[in-house]
Design a protein around this ligand. Structure first.
Ligand SMILES: C[S@@+](CC[C@H](N)C(=O)[O-])C[C@H]1O[C@@H](n2cnc3c(N)ncnc32)[C@H](O)[C@@H]1O
Length: 438
């Protein structure tokens, strides 16, 4: 049965299913471990971001207004864990967080409520360092901060705005196109099911849904001439299917009204033109919600042609793409950032970390305590590594009593920077018990 015929992907019913999922599940999407987030919200990623933010601010030097805050705004923040890690990592580097105002945003009101009453966030809310706002990428509008009641608009911010968008651009609407014999075609989507589908919240819906794309010749895909320019340049590619992050770019354009902007973003996607070759039609990757590969190559083209600068490693990032965009580009004054990006993302980045972590997780039981402590320092205190090691700690400490103080400090760090998501999450309690035993 035809459910919907010939829609541009970004206007497809698929995104209503996505919205229904996030709005209905709320924080349960993360409490029940349905939406994966370890790869995008871990302390290693947060430390890399803290280093990049510090470098960016150093480069800005005297141009900052020290009487006004620097906003660090997370888009589609979900659980809130990334910003919480980041606050701890920045606190370690800066000793005090007073130059910053952190804003967690999402389009799901339930998440704002969860953050607002979360015991671990109370000190930051009370000090005015942390605030919350609804923000929908499909309808970008000024942020109305929940607690301070202030409005944040890109145009009126005195200092640069720092945006975080992890595992975000792959979850918001995008379009699909096909290159056939060096000609761009729109790739329209039809949805079929074995029955009528009145309930978009029905979790069994995905089992019945079939997606069928059809390429059709097109004239002018968008009102925005720059989008079209970037798209038609893809006609040079051999036959392939590409996505285009039109809604992500609309959202970015809204924030580019700021006088200075830094966007730090990580997602599954395509960064280099060569990654776009031989791609199939985009299909949703299901995990409660769904995600689709992000065309970071198009985003980079957009930023660079708008007068900004993109930072990304020259190699393929196998696990997760991590990029930075600075707008406007002031190349002669970005030396610290450039150097830090090379060190923290190109040479020892989140993607490298995650692929080695996957391997090392299974080897933790065979490690010695000093090796495990090295691993924990390298990871910046990854809770999932500790989870595997907790039962070994008493045995390890009996073997290496001299490492007791280092172990206590490691446990304390993991405990303090780990945002608890609910009663089923026993890690903080287990750490407290270990600390008590010691
Ligand atoms: C896959 S989750 C990622 C959450 C978090 N950033 C992380 O890395 O775990 C995608 C997030 O984007 C939010 N989201 C989805 N569509 C959105 C939209 N149109 N505007 C703003 N947020 C949206 C969802 O509510 C969800 O929190």
């Amino acid at each position: 049965m035809l459910i919907e015929a010939d829609k541009p992907l970004s206007q497809s019913l698929l995104w209503q299913i996505q919205n229904s999922y996030f709005h209905t599940a709320g924080i349960r999407a993360w409490q029940d471990d349905v939406v994966p987030h370890q790869i995008s919200c871990n302390p290693f990623m947060a430390r890399a971001y803290a280093n990049l933010i510090t470098a960016y601010i150093q480069d800005l030097g005297d141009s900052l207004n020290h009487d006004e805050p620097i906003y660090i705004i997370e888009l589609g923040a979900g659980s809130g864990r990334l910003t919480f890690y980041l606050m701890h990592q920045l606190e370690e580097m800066w000793a005090d967080l007073s130059p910053f105002r952190f804003v967690l945003t999402d389009y799901t009101a339930d998440l704002l409520h969860f953050w607002q009453i979360h015991p671990q966030l109370q000190p930051y809310i009370t000090s005015g360092q942390l605030d919350f706002a609804l923000f929908d990428a499909t309808q970008p509008a000024p942020l109305k901060l929940h607690n301070s009641q202030q409005e944040v608009t890109p145009q009126t911010a005195d200092n640069p705005i720092i945006l975080l968008g992890n595992y975000f651009f792959d979850s918001i609407p995008q379009d699909s196109f096909v290159i056939k014999q060096n000609e761009l075609h729109s790739n329209l989507l039809s949805l079929y099911s074995t029955q009528a589908e009145p309930d978009l919240n029905d979790v069994t819906l995905w089992e019945r849904l079939t997606l069928a794309y059809e390429p059709l010749p097109l004239d002018t895909p968008y009102d925005n001439p720059l989008y079209n320019e970037i798209l038609f340049d893809y006609e040079q590619l051999p036959d392939t299917s590409i996505t285009f992050p039109n809604i992500g770019l609309d959202c970015l354009q809204f924030w580019l009204e700021a006088s200075n902007l830094l966007l730090l973003t990580a997602d599954r996607g395509h960064t280099h033109a060569i990654d776009l070759l031989d791609q199939p039609d985009p299909l949703p990757n299901l995990h409660g919600s769904f995600s689709m590969m992000v065309n970071y190559h198009a985003m980079t083209e957009f930023i660079e042609r708008s007068g900004g600068r993109a930072f990304y490693p020259p190699h393929y990032q196998d696990q997760i793409q991590t990029l930075a965009y600075i707008w406007p580009d002031k190349s002669n004054t970005q030396a610290t950032f450039e150097h830090t990006f090379r060190q923290t993302i190109c040479q020892n980045g989140p993607s490298d970390y995650f692929s080695l972590r996957t391997q090392l997780l299974s080897q933790i039981p065979e490690m010695q305590l000093p090796q495990f402590l090295s691993l924990m320092r390298w990871s910046a205190g990854d809770p999932d590594l500790l989870r595997v090691a907790l039962d070994h700690l008493p045995y390890w400490l009996a073997q290496y009593p001299a490492w007791t103080q280092d172990t206590i400090e490691m446990l304390q760090q993991v405990h303090d920077q780990y945002l608890q998501l609910g009663e089923n999450d026993r890690l903080p309690l287990l750490i407290e018990q270990r600390l008590g035993d010691m």
